[in-house]
Design a protein around this ligand. Structure first.
Ligand SMILES: Cc1cc2nc3c(=O)[nH]c(=O)nc-3n(C[C@H](O)[C@H](O)[C@H](O)COP(=O)(O)OP(=O)(O)OC[C@H]3O[C@@H](n4cnc5c(N)ncnc54)[C@H](O)[C@@H]3O)c2cc1C
Length: 502
């Protein structure tokens, strides 16, 4: 540690460039910290044999983004080591950071913790200071987006969390005492039997990108290609140079995409908002403190419904940095109180209709976020009708007034799915939803960075508890057989065979 402080000290007030010495020293210190914490804890889970006669996987984590890797870190810290982490994307392209996130800096304040699980040398701040010194940290406004990706990959490497990339889960079913998971990876199809499955599938992990419906618009139509994009699409902004671009929505991603188009030389970018003005206050920030993160899940349904639907209904403002980024360009305009009522694509462009008139564009970007709707997750097709939703817990009128909130899965205390009826498979309790879909039940503990540390720890504790309880009789037998002769080096030692009660 002294080595790092010396190193950072040398940089203070001086060289602010990236240097491998600072990071190398931090890596040594972080590895040493993990050793001091006995990480990874030795595996204690009783091996299980799968129906195919092979060893079963104790925990399969689907999704190797920020939440998946942090869940794996928390499990290994608690001695659950027979785990696999898969991600359908190639290495470094897990999650939004290096793919469709288009903001210059993270939306959250720079003092973020979470992926570090409380190990100070694994924090973003430690990583940043190792690169840029303490002065650099003090001068930093917010974390650059690609820095955050590099940082996550660094934590992954130091905590030794191997991800099997290019490997997708295609289906998930119950099979006796196990979950049968079909994967498709570089070696072809594979079936894995797992005792627990963690669905760390991301912001759209309990749903899909949200597409509004318009009478004249077919998202699957051939003309749409290159003309209509969702903000989470892979967009080649260079082709928008000199073009007129319409953007639907006025949230953070709408501004980030508008900014990217303007910087790529778009001639005009017009943003359309349903509201009269932008949301002004980010209520999620007001709910980002330890009491909320630890206490929310313990509230009764009425209170959880009231808190979360309030936060959803208020909506979050875009970060002011993203707004200023767009406002720097003359070609940028926002049309308030103008929802789209129709969208038609033809060979030459796109026609947008609003209550105020018609607007012609070369291309449009739909920035309406992600929906929560388990029917959109094809992987869960065989189970989804058995899964309890918040709609099953609320009066029909309440659900009708808050359609999206009502579609969230209703989760138990360890993020596990709950059965909708008595006939449902008991294996639902072995499927843990560690993505945005947990938010109605637990708050944003697997959706936004600030809640991640609390969420991953809670998830790991629940899985550890379940695995121990399921094998409690085996653990008792192991305890009886446990033989570690404490007094062997002393003259009071009595061998086991001589210890029978007289
Ligand atoms: C554009 C954008 C910007 C954001 N900015 C911030 C921010 O500034 N601050 C903040 O606190 N939060 C932010 N968030 C919210 C949140 O922090 C991120 O969404 C974060 O990536 C969540 O981590 P995750 O692991 O849940 O999801 P992801 O990082 O998206 O990882 C999920 C992974 O699951 C994989 N996957 C999905 N389905 C399958 C399957 N069937 N088989 C195998 N793999 C699969 C995907 O390939 C993906 O890599 C942002 C979100 C978005 C979308």
């Amino acid at each position: 540690m002294d080595k790092i402080l010396d190193n950072i000290g040398q940089r203070k007030g001086g060289d602010a460039g990236i240097g491998s010495t600072g990071l190398g020293a931090l890596e040594d210190a972080a590895r040493h910290d993990l050793q001091r914490l006995n990480y990874p804890t030795a595996n204690w889970v009783v091996p299980a044999t799968a129906p195919d006669g092979k060893p079963a996987c104790d925990v399969l984590i689907v999704g190797g983004g920020m939440c998946g890797q942090t869940a794996a870190f928390a499990l290994r810290r608690d001695g659950v080591c027979n785990i696999r982490i898969i991600d359908r994307n190639p290495p470094g392209r897990e999650g939004p950071w290096g793919t469709f996130a288009r903001m210059e800096t993270l939306r959250s304040p720079k003092q973020l913790t979470g992926p570090d699980l409380g190990v100070a040398t694994l924090t973003y701040r430690a990583w940043y200071e190792a690169h840029h010194g303490i002065d650099g940290w003090e001068a930093l406004h917010k974390a650059p987006r690609l820095d955050w990706l590099d940082y996550l990959l660094w934590v992954r490497r130091i905590a030794a969390l191997p991800i099997e990339n290019d490997t997708a889960m295609t289906s998930l079913d119950a099979d006796g005492a196990f979950l049968r998971v079909s994967l498709r990876g570089p070696r072809g199809p594979e079936v894995v039997f797992a005792r627990k499955v963690v669905l760390a599938l991301g912001r759209d992990g309990s749903g899909a990108p949200r597409w509004p419906t318009f009478a004249s618009f077919d998202p699957a139509g051939a003309a749409v290609r290159g003309r209509v994009f969702h903000s989470s699409d892979d967009i080649d902004f260079a082709v928008l140079a000199g073009r007129r671009v319409g953007v639907l929505g006025a949230g953070a991603s709408a501004f980030d995409n508008a900014g990217s188009a303007l910087e790529a030389g778009a001639g005009a970018v017009v943003m359309f908002a349903r509201r009269r003005f932008l949301p002004q206050v980010n209520k999620s920030k007001g709910a980002s403190f330890p009491g909320f993160q630890r206490g929310f899940a313990a509230l009764d349904d009425d209170r959880r419904w009231r808190f979360m639907t309030y936060i959803f209904d208020e909506q979050a403002p875009p970060p002011h940095e993203s707004v200023l980024r767009c406002d720097r360009h003359e070609g940028f305009a926002i049309r308030f109180s103008e929802p789209w009522t129709d969208l038609a694509v033809d060979g030459d462009g796109v026609m947008v209709t609003t209550p105020a008139g018609r607007h012609r564009f070369d291309a449009v970007i739909i920035a309406t976020g992600f929906d929560v709707d388990l029917t959109e997750r094809l992987e869960l097709a065989s189970l989804r009708d058995q899964i309890m939703l918040w709609a099953d817990r609320r009066a029909p009128a309440e659900s009708a007034a808050e359609l999206e909130a009502a579609r969230f899965p209703y989760l138990g205390d360890g993020f596990q799915l709950c059965p909708r009826s008595e006939g449902a498979t008991p294996r639902l309790a072995d499927i843990h939803v560690f993505n945005w879909g947990c938010t109605m039940s637990h708050g944003p503990l697997a959706g936004d960075i600030p809640g991640l540390g609390v969420g991953a720890t809670r998830l790991a504790h629940a899985i550890v508890r379940d695995l121990f309880v399921a094998d409690a009789d085996c653990h008792f037998e192991a305890l009886v057989a446990h033989e570690e002769p404490e007094l062997a080096p002393t003259r009071y030692f009595v061998p086991r065979e001589q210890r029978a009660v007289e």
